[in-house]
Design a protein around this ligand. Structure first.
Ligand code: NAD
Ligand code: TYD
Length: 349
């Protein structure tokens, strides 16, 4: 059985990708993760004892560690998700994003390049974001051909790592594929991102901080649909191609928060409208991108992928998951989280 390296597998999307590949039964999965505040082995508790699965704690910024790992395994492929992923944190601490997202990715590329010398049946898959394309006006969609125009330190770091992946393909012939996906939501989402934060705060009757006027638009995709797209692209995508992944599911932040309030009121047995009273408009994010929207025609046409869940169904499933997994929530919201959240909220008053 071939060895497959998945980085960032203890994070939100990575945990769904690891689970999907374990279930396929085709590879011996090595999950490499540093376990930052965003990584949590609880996300994989149900599969941790499966055969052909190993967790390795490590940092993609550690070159010696990577060299040892690539000497110990002849990886058939790398699916690279490890990253710093929160835009707000990138605004307060951009250096960490440059280290992990740019330097860490180039370290991995170097390790793969060295290990794969003379072998063409390999694949380096970089999991990236639609935020590299910048911000849209009222009309139009991001296509695979849209020029890069990143506007936050996070998106600049992801754009940079995408460029390095393509440069290694072009210069050294490294086989690669890239996908750029819209905003994900679903189980295991760390509760500093919009949807899980709102669920957490509604439940605890805390203010719901909506940045600016709440008019910014995001295109939401259920995380398991993303994981399914990643498996498909890894197995069937064309070498050196890029695939955009998205749900054709645009929501203004304020409309989304109101919908969540209504779903939660029903779940909690509140009178409708109760949770909406918690909505608090706060200082906007610096350089806040106005609108993201993916045109996912290419992946549909070439690989037959489509999102499977309607948004309301996906949100309901997500809310149910957070209610059923209180222990997970208590675990990840201890430690650094509360301090970060309180400071972020205070700075926005
Ligand atoms: P996440 O923050 O939940 O998880 C990131 C994981 O990477 C964590 O487990 C963390 O411990 C690990 N990690 C961080 N630094 C590391 C390092 N130096 N070495 C090893 N591991 C490290 O992120 P996510 O939301 O699951 O995103 C995963 C990937 O998908 C990222 O590359 C992100 O840019 C991309 N992406 C995310 C979204 C989204 O909506 N969340 C959308 C499109 C693309
Ligand atoms: P986020 O989940 O951080 O994802 P991204 O910035 O990568 O799109 O934020 C989604 C949207 O929600 C974004 O427009 C910022 C906004 N937002 C709020 O209004 N309040 C919040 O507390 C957070 C975390 C985000």
């Amino acid at each position: 059985m071939d060895d497959l390296l998945i980085t960032g597998g203890a994070g939100f999307i990575g945990s769904h990708v690891v689970r999907k590949f374990i279930k396929s039964g085709k590879y011996n999965i090595i999950n490499l993760d540093k376990l930052t505040y965003a990584g949590n082995l609880e996300n994989l508790r149900d599969v941790e004892n499966e055969s052909y699965y190993t967790f390795v704690k490590g940092d993609i910024c550690d070159i010696d560690f990577l060299q040892n790992l690539f000497s110990a395994h002849d990886f058939k492929g790398v699916i690279h998700l490890a990253a710093e992923s929160h835009v707000d944190r990138s605004i307060t601490n951009p250096m960490e994003f440059i280290q992990t997202n740019v330097v860490g990715t180039v370290n991995l590329l170097n390790a793969a390049k060295k290990s794969w010398e003379g072998k063409s049946d390999r694949r380096f898959y970089h999991v990236s974001t639609d935020e590299v394309y910048g911000s849209l006006g009222e009309k139009g969609f991001f296509l695979e051909t849209t020029p890069y125009d990143p506007k936050s330190p996070y998106s600049a770091s992801k754009a940079s790592s995408d460029h390095f992946v393509r440069a290694y393909g072009n210069t050294y012939g490294l086989p690669y594929v890239i996908s750029n996906c819209s905003n994900n939501y679903g189980p295991n989402h760390f509760p500093e991102k919009l949807i899980p934060l709102m669920i957490h705060n509604i439940r605890n009757k805390k203010p719901l901080p909506v940045y600016g006027k709440g008019e910014n638009i995001r295109d939401w995709l259920y995380v398991e649909d993303h994981a399914r797209a990643i498996e498909l692209i890894f197995e069937k995508g064309k070498n050196k191609e890029t695939y955009n992944i998205g749900g054709f599911n645009e929501w203004k932040n304020i409309d989304l928060v109101e919908l969540l309030c209504d779903i939660m009121d029903e779940k909690l047995g509140n009178n409708q409208g109760t949770s909406r009273e918690l909505i608090t408009f706060v200082k906007d994010r610096a350089g806040h991108d106005m609108r993201y929207a993916i045109d996912a025609t290419k992946i549909k046409k070439e690989l037959g992928w489509e999102p499977s869940l309607q948004f309301k169904e996906g949100l309901q499933k997500t809310v149910d998951w957070y209610f059923d997994n209180e222990e997970w929530l208590n675990d990840v919201t201890s430690g650094d989280y509360l301090k970060y959240y309180d400071e972020n909220y205070k700075n926005r008053q």
